[in-house]
Design a protein around this ligand. Sequence first.
Ligand code: FES
Length: 376
Amino acid sequence: METIEKIEKLKKERKEIIEGSSKKRPIDTYIDKETSQISNIYHTIVTDIKEETKDVKTFTLTADKDSPTPHLAPFKAGEYITIHVTVKSSPVTRAYSLSSSPSLANKDIYKITIKRVENGLVSNYMLDEIKVGDKLDVSKPAGNFGYNPIRDEENVIAIAGGSGITPFMSLAYAILEGTYNCNLTVFYSVRTYEDIIFKSEIEEINKKKKNVKFVITLTREEKEGYLNGHLTKEMLEPFIKEFNTVLMCGPKELYRSMNDILNEFNIPRKSVHYENFFVEYEPAEKTTYKLKVVMKDKVEEITCKNDETLLVAMERAGIKAPSLCRVGECGYCRSILLDGKVKMIGASLKKAEAENDYIHPCVSFPDSDIVLRLDI
Ligand code: FES
């Protein structure tokens, strides 16, 4: 559809939504009493925990009505929140895609779905330690991933691997509730039947036979009613139209194999969008460097391995370094490299930032001893 036509259609839809909404959204920031700074942290309470599979849980977070943030900000399907927790005396953050319907934010509810990662500091803490009634601080929703009605086509193919299904559940709800007017087919690749997250929700949605459909393939098991094996061109073919938008969320092996298949359909690169939630770097030789962190009223000297980011090293040492997305996108962790060399993976700096020695510690791996200035 032509962009002008799309904009007109969207304007009309938005007007209808605004006119039909009597609820006024709350102010989503407050002044933190301790720091006297504007805070974007929301105080929530865990009001439900659902075991999705043996290593995945969905946490329902409801705004803490007795806190300075009795309401939660609205969000767009595909956005994430960052949770702030203290694990083994270290303040750490992790970003998780919101898995709930964006309309639940009007009731001051967010849901996040977390998969246990082997040796994962935060995922193991969340799955093993957090109980209903616990309080959890989270950042306001952010991110650029998801369906964009101006940019995207009406035929949307989503490709999810494992826990990469979470943003697409949110998108499925948004479409079914009428927020977007598009057709969504979610190809969900998962090892076995027992590993399917949101099993009952997916069955319910498929039963509706509306403009959202899930197609599940089991890569390590054969079962009636499910596709078997990794995603192939033949599996996708019936759902590909003349114009398509492809959204992908999952492990990077999935991205690689899917790119080859998408090329066979001649889907242009600009129509394929990826959620980026991992930063990896394999140095030729492993070593450990010194990292001196200069803060407003103190200096700390710690160590940093060359296969871990400066942010991870600081968190391990108990330094409360700022972070949100942890993948070089939001710029929240931006700090000044006073001395040394880093390898920054998958993030780009604006010219002015680079000229002033800014780096993003969340995606920076040390390549020498480092002196870093943190704005805390
Ligand atoms: S935390 Fe977002 S760029 Fe580093």
